[in-house]
Ligand binder design. Structure first.
Ligand SMILES: *[C@@H]1O[C@H](CO)[C@@H](O)[C@H](O)[C@H]1NC(C)=O
Ligand SMILES: *[C@@H]1O[C@H](CO)[C@@H](O)[C@H](O)[C@H]1NC(C)=O
Ligand SMILES: *[C@@H]1O[C@H](CO)[C@@H](O)[C@H](O)[C@H]1NC(C)=O
Ligand SMILES: *[C@@H]1O[C@H](CO)[C@@H](O)[C@H](O)[C@H]1NC(C)=O
Length: 475
């Protein structure tokens, strides 16, 4: 960590009420020139699931089940087409479902030629490859709706025993996102890299870094679900391929306080200054809901733990998203609190540099050491936290090599306790991962030991920003 100063921010905050029932976050879009916008849709799909995903069934039976889901996709595409949608995203596992074994998923898999090698329009050339019924239907829908279409399916790719990575059964099985152009051409495919307990699928030998170009908004990146928490491919795509838009099929099970679907999607869009088109499956019983079209400054999201129906979100999205990060020069669009934050940060922690308009005494007026540091468990990890007291302030908290910074203000003081927390270490429950987290949370009560509990209501929306940086004190 040492040495590599990261300007990227990742903040996790429930700055909106989640898990209370039906909520649709919609904010009006001001009038702008059409040419600066495109129309996007994401569909939160209540996928029809196999009654017994462990059973071995025929391809025909698998297709019958998948066609029920594809019928619903087709209706959504037609609805979206009437609203002028140019790109639609469907969720991970939306066509075939989940909880399969490597063997039981086999009849659900389409054969997938490499789009880099083979130019193919499955709707117009249906007989070119066998076992491609799902791809054919998706391709035809893209044509029918005259829009780019992104969906997720299981794919198979035969391999030879001479290939050292080839599984014993002679084929790779991938959790795959596909992109079709509005003409039905298979533009590209992304094979999920960071699988989350998916024994039915293989990890590709090399990480796919997939981008695709559109006539209406330029370059998009693509990755799937759990990938969003990892450097590769998610952050690398943004850093090396300069994508401004991400399409993101997911099958996300919400876990409070840090892993709610909408909060992660929105945080990603804000932190990296990009648009995120995120489609989740809709299974409230399994805690799966939360989709959105997120821009750095506004979100159109859906989260509903009661209604069993699916939901189509349509929004106009800027071709050139304007974010908070590094946008100080962007005329008129700058968030003043963010500029202030960056200026204070540039002088932190000893205020040696005179940071432009922010005078040293203004930054130091907030005594950074006034808040006591404490520890509390959050999602099985031992977080280091500081309480967020008072009407406004500037805080930081560090753990190992990671520091989190918070500039905040709130209109009125209230009874609830909020805290800024950091964790930089090995997470060992439900998978073993080295993780780094900055989080602003509302605590369960007024005691420090209640920070980290699963809180569904945030009464205050703090105006805040946080930044991941190396601890200046660490060697
Ligand atoms: C899938 O597996 C999870 C965890 O084992 C379980 O909670 C869920 O009920 C299963 N869902 C289906 C549709 O079989
Ligand atoms: C598809 O499968 C049929 C029956 O197994 C076979 O005759 C045909 O050659 C296959 N077509 C292609 C393109 O592989
Ligand atoms: C933003 O402003 C800084 C300092 O005023 C300047 O050095 C930098 O080039 C500007 N960046 C852009 C993108 O205009
Ligand atoms: C959490 O970490 C702190 C600092 O390393 C340590 O003092 C404390 O005992 C830990 N708490 C638990 C419950 O492990």
């Amino acid at each position: 960590m040492s040495g590599a100063r990261s300007k990227l921010a990742l903040f996790l905050c429930g700055c909106y009420v989640v898990a209370l029932g039906a909520h649709t976050g919609k904010e009006s879009v001001a009038e702008h020139h059409e040419a600066e916008y495109y129309v996007a849709a994401v569909y939160e799909h209540p996928s029809i699931l196999s009654p017994n995903p462990l059973a071995l069934i025929s391809r025909q039976e698998a297709l019958e089940l998948m066609n029920q889901n594809l019928d619903i996709y087709e209706q959504q595409v037609m609805t979206a087409a009437q609203k002028g949608v140019q790109i639609i995203v469907f969720p991970e596992d939306g066509i075939h479902g989940f909880n399969f074994t490597r063997t039981s998923i086999y009849p659900f898999l389409d054969f997938m030629p490499s789009p880099q090698v083979v130019g193919w329009n499955p709707c117009l050339e249906p007989r070119r490859f066998n076992d491609t019924e799902v791809l054919q239907r998706l391709s035809c829908m893209a044509i029918e709706g005259d829009m780019f279409l992104v969906a997720n399916l299981g794919t198979k790719q035969p391999c030879h025993s001479s290939d050292p990575g080839c599984p014993n059964d002679g084929r790779y099985q991938f959790n795959t996102d596909v992109v079709f152009s509005n003409k039905g051409t298979l533009v590209d495919r992304y094979r999920k890299h960071n699988l989350y307990f998916e024994s039915a699928f293989d990890v590709p030998l090399n990480v796919d870094h997939i981008t695709f170009d559109t006539p209406f908004a330029g370059r998009f990146g693509i990755f799937t679900c759990f990938d969003i928490l990892f450097f590769d491919p998610a952050i690398r795509l943004l850093r090396d391929y300069k994508v401004k838009h991400v399409v993101y099929p997911t099958a996300w099970m919400n876990q409070l306080p840090l892993l709610a679907a909408v909060e992660i999607q929105k945080a990603f869009a804000v932190a990296f200054g990009i648009n995120v088109l995120a489609a989740n499956v809709h299974h409230p019983v399994l805690g799966m809901t939360g989709s959105g079209i997120h821009t750095p400054l506004e979100s159109f999201w859906y989260h509903d733990m009661e209604n069993p129906e699916g939901h189509l979100i349509i929004a106009r999205v800027a071709k050139n998203p304007v974010g908070l990060m590094g946008a100080e020069n962007a005329t008129g669009e700058t968030d003043p609190s963010h500029s202030k934050f960056l200026k204070i940060l540039s002088g932190d922690p000893y205020c040696e540099k005179d940071a432009q308009e922010v005078h040293c005494d203004e930054a130091t007026k907030w005594n950074m050491n006034a808040s006591p540091t404490f520890h509390s468990e959050m999602m099985y990890d031992n977080f280091t936290l500081v309480p967020v007291w008072g009407k406004e302030g500037y805080l930081h908290v560090c753990s190992n090599g990671l520091c989190c910074y918070l500039l905040y203000e709130r209109p009125t003081l209230s009874e609830e306790l909020y805290a800024l927390g950091v964790f930089d270490g090995l997470h060992t429950v439900h998978g073993t991962y080295y993780i780094q987290v900055c989080a602003l949370v509302r605590c369960g009560g007024l005691g420090f030991d209640t920070c980290g509990q699963e809180i569904t209501e945030y009464f205050l929306c703090l105006s805040f920003v946080s930044d991941l940086r190396d601890d200046p004190r660490s060697p």
